[in-house]
Design a protein around this ligand. Structure first.
Ligand code: NAD
Length: 336
């Protein structure tokens, strides 16, 4: 099938070209992100492949459908950037890669926890400056702490399993209980109980209308003073403005972000030497207890290989009229 692949970097091309040796699709790579202006490049391609920072809104989808596109193939798990109602109206099929590196994302969340707690990033900079003082580097032991995990799907389960290994009490919240999680000995509680009792809170929910700004001023007020908050899921789960107040007042003791509400204009590109225009993001960078990575939790060799293979298989399955229901994203999925 002819596939327009938007927003590609060298690593996307490398893994997709390798995987395509078994599929033989006709892949055309574009560096540029998909938006209402650039989507014309996708005209004449039956499949359009994009990433988390590509905009599949009604305008883009309408233009693509008119240009002959029938399949939107996401090379990510989240699909909050796709207007699914519009896709349905336009008879466009949407597929994604539901699971490619649950361990990779969970491990990155743990990396943020450990780096924040033991101030690894600050220690690293100090040592390079010849400063071997331990002042200000005091951490705490994770063992015996209470960890709250919101969302116990594939990544939340991996996270619960790792945190159990640390000897923590794991509290979980989800609309659906995961038996594999329960088998680990975690305790499902209400969101409010989780906020109240957790020393460390890690978010693993998808971004939907229901979960948008799940962490707001009200939620923060319920948390322990000095809580550690980790978000490797989607930026929109947190109201970023309230983070600044929370950090200033000491309500948030540690903040680890791999995603950010307005990441679209920042992440995945080199902005060295440019002035950051996002004042909230710029302010977050000034706190010594904030650690931000640029949506790299998924970024492992295993994940890129799995993503490339799954996306190309999804396209082949669509050609043969047999898409797996797990990989197809339908409107029903967002109506919980
Ligand atoms: P999943 O679908 O396996 O699990 C999501 C869980 O959230 C499910 O158990 C579901 O029941 C629960 N849930 C959904 N809506 C809810 C609500 N309103 N209230 C309570 N629980 C709710 O997904 P996953 O594979 O574990 O991924 C989770 C999220 O991680 C993805 O949606 C994506 O946004 C994010 N992600 C980030 C990266 C990264 O690189 N940072 C990579 C992959 C995925």
């Amino acid at each position: 099938m002819k596939v327009a692949v938007f927003n590609t970097k060298s690593y996307d091309r490398m893994f997709l070209e390798q995987a395509n040796q078994s599929f033989h699709h006709e892949l055309k790579f574009f560096d540029i992100a998909l938006n209402p202006e650039t989507c014309k490049l996708g005209f004449g391609f039956e499949a359009v492949c994009g990433f988390v920072s590509d905009r599949f809104d009604r305008d883009v989808l309408t233009q693509l459908a008119e240009g002959g596109t029938r399949l939107i193939a996401l090379r990510c798990a989240g699909f909050n950037n796709v207007d699914l109602s519009a896709a349905q109206d336009l008879n466009l099929t949407v597929v994604r890669v539901p699971a490619y590196s649950p361990y990779g994302v969970a491990e990155h969340a743990v990396a943020l926890i450990l780096a924040l707690n033991r101030k690894i990033y600050r220690a690293h900079n100090r040592i390079h400056n010849g400063n071997f003082s331990l002042e200000g580097l005091l951490g705490f032991e994770i063992h015996g702490k209470t960890v709250g995990i919101l969302g116990t799907g594939k990544i939340g389960l991996a996270m619960a399993s790792i945190m159990k290994g640390f000897g923590t009490e794991v509290l979980t919240y989800d609309v659906i209980r995961n038996p594999a999680c329960e088998a680990l000995g975690v305790r499902y509680v209400t969101k409010e109980e989780l906020f109240k009792m957790s020393d460390i809170i890690s978010l693993h929910l998808p971004l939907t209308k229901e979960t948008h700004h799940l962490i707001d001023q009200k939620a923060l007020a319920q948390m322990k003073d000095g809580v550690m908050l980790i978000n490797t899921s989607r930026g929109g789960l947190i109201d970023s403005i309230c983070l600044i107040e929370g950090l200033k007042k000491g309500k948030i003791g540690y903040l680890g972000l791999d995603v950010y509400e307005e990441e679209e204009s920042l992440f995945f590109e080199d902005h060295t030497g440019q002035v950051i225009q996002d004042d909230v993001f710029a302010r977050l960078l000034t706190f010594p207890n904030v650690l931000i990575t640029g949506h790299q939790a998924f970024f492992t060799r295993n994940a890129l290989k799995n993503i490339a293979e799954t996306i190309l298989r999804n396209i082949a399955d669509f050609e043969q009229g047999k898409i797996s229901s797990e990989n197809e994203v339908a409107v029903a999925r967002i109506k919980r």
